[in-house]
Design a protein around this ligand. Structure first.
Ligand code: ADP
Ligand code: MG
Length: 397
């Protein structure tokens, strides 16, 4: 059982460290999608209402353990201040003088955001003692820890894992909701259980496929990874994405699916083009007739219909990875068809994966028509793989 905020007792006047996922996309210093900040609000509001002094840890980008103003959380502090009805201060450092002074000055119901935790190389260190040392310094700032950065719970990092062992700790509302929704598909899914897998590379998702072959009833494959499967079946795939070194593994998966009675579904047609370009001329071809000088950039209309039918025949569906290059409107049809089938049918549907969630929004679907859209790409994938996540295990009793 995950410990909840209530297990921390009365928080009035207490200093509470919170790990949030504020790793938002920026363009010219402006936040282009504040979804992750919004997802963090329920926990922050709950803590403020309880009268806590809230100290947030978060990262932005990959500053590689060095202080770098390009990765400052300043734009996040500003946006958070606009979204939440509480004063928000940004510390000048993570565990230094500014963090100590500002956290001591904090009043009940106020928020202090520490500077990017990844400015400190110890945050992501593989050396346990380095991470622990930083965790001890962070622990001095607070009385309790709340883990709410679902996007990072698969990481054994100071602000996610080590700090939870130094202070009384609990899961925040976002982490709780994510784990509750995802465990409905990973633990005892209502059957038939279908999984739709796509995205660019099969090698990113081999672990998931291996695990799903003994869990799922239906496995729908699309995206760039489909071509390694089609090739493994003996088809020519032209200039499509192909991972030659995975062909043997994929052949084995195809055999295992047959042995275990998993309905492994591959595209029957594809939308091909002569090059990887927004304006490339799309042509629909059968999956076994991809011309040598073309590449498959989406699943074709017959496949879209087939995948929609399979989705509608299921009770539980997990989806990770776009069916095609949805960023180009001519090759977004497959991804749109899967999203449409999920949002209009009565299945319990969970969407994981950064690009898949972005596709759902970009293609204009109402997020409320899905049962759950995960905020964590890597973390949700590792749960589908059946892995134990360090940042979750440490919050369990
Ligand atoms: P997620 O973030 O949802 O896990 P991935 O990161 O694995 O998804 O993959 C997303 C990317 O895969 C998208 O940028 C999309 O353009 C690309 N992609 C999908 N289908 C193809 C294809 N047929 N050829 C090349 N790239 C593809
Ligand atoms: Mg991605």
């Amino acid at each position: 059982m995950l410990r909840t905020i209530d297990s921390l007792g009365d928080l009035k006047g207490k200093r509470v460290l919170v790990r949030s996922d504020f790793n938002v996309p920026l363009k010219d210093g402006e936040i282009t999608d504040d979804g992750r900040i919004r997802a963090a609000l329920p926990t922050l509001k709950k803590l403020i209402e309880a009268g806590a002094k809230v100290i947030i840890m978060a990262h932005l980008g990959r500053p590689k353990g060095q202080v770098n103003p390009d990765f400052s959380l300043a734009p996040v502090a500003k946006r958070l201040g606009e979204l939440i009805d509480a004063p928000v201060t940004l510390a000048k450092d993570t565990v230094g003088e500014s963090a100590r002074e500002e956290s001591a000055r904090l009043k009940d119901g106020e928020i202090l955001l520490l500077e990017n935790v990844r400015f400190d190389p110890r945050e992501t260190s593989k050396d346990d003692s380095e991470r622990e040392e930083m965790a001890s310094q962070l622990a001095e700032l607070a009385d309790a820890f709340v883990s709410d950065g679902f996007g990072v719970v698969h990481r054994k990092q100071t602000s996610v894992y080590d700090i939870a062992r130094k202070l009384p700790s609990a899961s925040g509302l976002l982490v709780l909701k994510e784990i509750e929704s995802l465990s409905k598909v990973t633990e005892d899914p209502e059957r038939p259980y279908a999984v739709v897998l796509g995205g660019s590379k099969v090698s990113d998702k081999l672990g998931v496929i291996a695990n799903l072959l003994s869990k799922a009833n239906i496995l729908l494959i699309g995206g760039g990874m489909a071509f390694t499967f089609l090739k493994a079946k003996g088809y020519e795939v032209g200039k499509s994405l192909l991972e030659e070194d995975q062909l043997d593994t994929v052949k084995r998966y195809i055999e295992q699916a047959a042995e275990k009675g998993v309905d492994l579904v591959l595209p029957v047609d594809v939308v091909a083009a002569p090059e990887f370009d927004k304006d490339a001329e799309p042509t629909v071809v059968a999956a076994d007739a991809i011309p040598a000088d073309q590449m498959g950039l989406d699943i074709g209309p017959k496949s879209q219909e087939l995948y929609a039918e399979k989705i509608q025949s299921a009770k539980t569906v997990a989806w990770n990875g776009p069916m095609g290059v949805f960023e180009f409107p001519n090759f977004a049809g497959g991804t749109r068809a899967v999203a449409h089938a999920l949002s209009t049918s009565d299945v319990f549907s969970v969407v994981g994966g950064g690009d898949s969630a972005a596709a759902v929004r970009q293609l204009g679907f109402d997020e409320d028509t899905f049962s759950h859209i995960s905020t964590g790409g890597g973390a949700s994938l590792e749960l589908l793989e059946g892995k134990t996540l360090p940042g979750i295990a440490v919050l369990e009793d």
